[in-house]
Design a protein around this ligand. Structure first.
Ligand code: CS2
Length: 485
């Protein structure tokens, strides 16, 4: 068995696999919530490049909200990990020096709190997925009935309490920062949410308001003027790492890397230029700082993520496993182009050209070296689709939804069917709303689309009988396994 990646084994790596800087020099400046593959293949890479370009070695302390094992794995290899860029031309794994620590949200609550309160840290970033924001589907505000938020609010008189949610942790530790130094700070959501900065600001404020501390008003005022919540768009296709990937990386690096990730060659990070404190010079790592993120954000969410979800549910019904498998069918690229044409009119001016963007998506999705599982993309549909599809459908009210949009909705509805043999959803996708969605299928299938949309908090769309009727009319064909393109 090869030794583990770590400071001691760096020297043994081939020159092209080594990090851009000495990881022993990293000083903690950023706290990141979410130690997943996407963070490692995206913000960590930009941060390392920015450090190498400016000479200021910025360390990220990554906090795992749930999984304690990833923290152990990170510590065992001195927080180093490799990124492999996958394309037919291929490239070997390269070790990235960006993480300077790994903590667990609950087990290391005291350390997380003291870092966010400390003057050395002036930026917090997040990749906690849609689930991590605990929003009420109907209002988009913090869901004060969510049992984990209720539990955190009950604990919330002590800054060092082991709260369970990232929103609770942020609210408490930001308040503690105000009480200790009051130094400005920025909190950057890197999740696929429309207006992600404003969404994060609003759930944190809702928590502080509900906590009703003696100084809640003071905290709210400070959040307003001293804490930035810039919006961002992040983009890179990063499939889940498999055991085969780990074995391949070990063979190529000569050391074992239990945190290895891979991603496509394309990568983008657009940030709203609205920071209140010192921040990593990510523009030196290739990020774009712009005044208005919205055109980029809506184009990415509605075209890339919107088409991705459609391909996932259609592809699962057709027996495909990955996005590249779907693009290899006669209808995969046709769907991407047709879906983009259906939604293009809703995109604001100032962003990429939708036709060219759709062509670039076809090329990215076709990449045969990326095995991006449809089941992964199709999971958590109840939280993803309101962002990706529903805002578009609302803006198009009064006109007939496009053929590809209707088809995508029918494919999603079909994928929410309960599978009696597994007790889960038909194709093995997971979703926190799965039990409620399964209940929608208990009665007759008449009205099922309307019931499913209601579970997702989209009563207005559920009442649109022209829409639900055309989606429902497609369901029998899905039941028979057909994809209608
Ligand atoms: C995907 C995204 O899993 C999903 O839902 O649509 O993770 C997608 O790959 C990224 O947003 C690409 O930047």
């Amino acid at each position: 068995m090869s030794p583990h990646l770590g400071h001691r084994t760096l020297e043994a790596l081939a020159a092209e696999s080594r990090p851009l800087l000495d990881p022993r020099e990293l000083a903690p400046r950023v706290v990141h919530f979410g130690l997943g593959a996407f963070h490692r293949a995206h913000q960590a890479v930009y941060t390392e490049a920015a450090s190498a370009a400016t000479g200021e070695a910025i360390g990220i302390v990554a906090v795992a909200p749930r999984d304690a094992s990833v923290v152990q794995r990170a510590r065992r290899q001195d927080h180093l990990f490799s990124v492999t860029t996958r394309s037919p031309e291929g490239s070997g794994p390269r070790v990235v020096a960006a993480l300077s620590g790994a903590l667990h949200l609950r087990d290391d609550a005291v350390q997380v709190d003291s870092l966010i309160s400390s003057a050395e840290v002036s930026t917090v970033t997040l990749t906690v997925t849609e689930k991590g924001y605990h929003r009420d589907p109907a209002t988009g505000r913090l869901d004060l009935a969510d049992p984990r938020i209720v539990a955190d609010l009950a604990l919330s008189s002590q800054a060092d309490a082991a709260v369970q949610t990232v929103v609770g942790r942020l609210a408490l530790s930001l308040a503690n920062r105000l009480r200790t130094s009051g130094a400005p700070i920025d909190v950057v959501s890197c999740d696929n949410l429309d207006g992600n900065g404003a969404v994060l600001a609003s759930v944190v404020r809702d928590f502080v308001t509900a906590a009703d501390w003696a100084d809640s008003d003071k905290v709210l005022a400070w959040l307003e003027h001293s804490v930035g919540f810039p919006a961002t768009v992040v983009d890179r296709i990063v499939p889940a790492t498999t055991q085969a990937d780990l074995d391949e990386v070990a063979a190529r690096l000569g050391v074992r890397d239990e945190l290895a990730v891979s991603g496509e060659p394309y990568t983008q990070w657009v940030l709203q230029n609205d920071f209140r404190a010192a921040r990593p010079a990510w523009e030196h790592g290739g990020a774009q700082l712009v005044d208005d993120v919205a055109p980029y954000q809506l184009t990415k969410l509605r075209l890339l993520n919107g088409a991705h979800s459609g391909l996932a549910y259609l592809g699962l019904a057709a027996g495909c496993r990955t996005i590249a498998d779907v693009l290899a069918t006669p209808w995969g690229a046709k769907f991407v182009r047709g879906y983009a044409a259906d939604v293009a009119a809703t995109l604001p001016a100032g962003g990429p050209d939708p036709v060219r963007y759709a062509e670039s998506l076809v090329a990215r999705f076709e990449n045969p070296a990326i095995h991006h599982e449809l089941r992964q993309i199709g999971s958590d549909g109840s939280l993803k689709l309101p962002q990706r599809w529903f805002t578009v459908l609302r803006e198009q009210r009064g006109t007939t939804a496009g053929e590809h949009q209707t088809l995508a909705l029918a494919a999603w509805a079909n994928a929410t069917r309960p599978d009696p043999s597994s007790g889960g959803q038909l194709f093995g996708t997971t979703d926190p709303a799965a039990p409620a969605l399964a209940d929608c299928w208990k009665a007759s299938s008449v009205g099922v689309v309307s019931r499913l949309l209601t579970v997702l908090g989209a009563e207005d769309l559920a009442e649109d009988s022209a829409l639900t009727g055309s989606v429902e009319a497609l369901l029998p064909a899905f039941g028979a396994g057909a994809v209608l393109l």
